[in-house]
Ligand binder design. Sequence first.
Ligand SMILES: Cc1cc2nc3c(=O)[nH]c(=O)nc-3n(C[C@H](O)[C@H](O)[C@H](O)COP(=O)(O)O)c2cc1C
Length: 490
Amino acid sequence: MHKIVVAGLDGCLGSAFLGLTDLLTLARRAIGGALPPSDQDSGGGDADFCVVTASATGRPVRDGAGATFEVETSFEEVTTCDAVIVPSFAPDPNGKPPDMSAHAAAAAWLRRHHSRGALIGGCGSGVFLLGEAGLLEGRRCTTSRWHHEELKQRYPRADTAWGARLIDDRRVVTAAGPLSWIDVALHVIRTLCGPDAGRIAADFTLGESAPAKGGIRGAAYNVSVLGDSSDSFLSEAERIVRQSDAAFNAQDLARALSTSERTLHRRLKQACGESPKTFIDRIRVETARMLLETSVKPVKELAASAGFIDEASFRRAFRRFTDMAPSAYRVWAKSKSQDKAQMFSVRKDSEIIPEILTTILDTCVNGVTLTDPDLEDAPIVYANKRFEDITGYSVAEIIGRNCRFLQGQDRDQEGLRRLREAISNRQAIEVTLRNYRKDGALFHNKLNITPLFDAQGQLIYFLGVQYDVTDQIRAETEIGDLKAKLHSLA
Ligand SMILES: Cc1cc2nc3c(=O)[nH]c(=O)nc-3n(C[C@H](O)[C@H](O)[C@H](O)COP(=O)(O)O)c2cc1C
């Protein structure tokens, strides 16, 4: 049986300490109930584990808000274990993680267990204790974005990734955000107990946090129906809607079911509590949801395939049933299918390639950006070092924004019209724009944009190469002015 220790440290976030204990205990029960003993090894691990809470002295832990929590034992009494999880800390008065030198004994204890083969996890600012233990040296790691610089400063030998959600580098697991204890706990379960146990724990824990409502949830790719699926009237209605085109409405549905509109209304209300129109919309949204999960079709095309008359009505209906924009749903579904807890794990396989490419791109003399046209307002998802230098903004300030922020108020530019047209036609283009650095200084940006397509011809990203041509433009302007003067003299 595996032993997972939740480390109780004075000054921690009480919610993280208690949450970890609750999640692990409940997940253990869920896995035990779902996996019969004979199946427990099928995922490649022993699905049984116990949870132990420990503090430096074995006395209750006092969290950052002054509340105290009992623990079962002291660190010294835990001589063997398979994983230790360190919860986040409450920030100090300056909003920073507290000074870790107060936890030197805990750090030494962590180091010892890691050297004996245990998995050590740090959640949010809890990652700083792993730094104090020397476990981040030469390791790829992450923490909450707002602590990124602080982590780099305090532990300069850590290989700190910006913006990664969870990283597991040689049994040191680090995660970003005050609620990352959920990610870390699930990752630990998965690593120790195998993928089946990990999946059960994740479904059990995160089931209620799925973004959709109104019956849209369900196993991936399995289109769900509200009410009784053995109701043949409902099944038939659903089949008809799935095969219908955009012009199909409630009247057509009643006709196809050989019934009156009134009866259709009554029966649907009885079976699933929906009006015919809502029923039709929901089935179409479910189809769209499946397409978003399984294809890379652009939203417009996908709306038509799902039976919507146009993109706008699709977006409205999708939001009504899922509370999300289609592009956001696609990103969410992708992350779920990749198994959230594994998303940013560092492996020596293909995942190392983006890192190597990043290193290469950072040495480029031009700015390089990638924007994602599938996300709302096509934000920048990657920017290299040179782009930071040219613009004066840090990567943290750049990622997630549309590049137009560089134009400031200077939006009346000839090049923009051509640029918009090329982007909407998915064509390459080169334009020179007036842009403004963070300090407000004007620079002339020769921008080269190339659409990047996948093997199926679907647009996946736009690549932007930014070249600062300010000196060149200034020289040209001076020459122009000089020529004009000479001309007037002549
Ligand atoms: C890959 C890529 C990189 C871009 N880089 C810049 C840039 O460096 N500076 C800039 O002013 N606009 C840049 N843009 C253009 C803007 O993002 C936007 O497309 C442009 O302002 C026209 O759209 P709008 O009218 O919605 O602003 C870039 C666009 C793409 C696709």
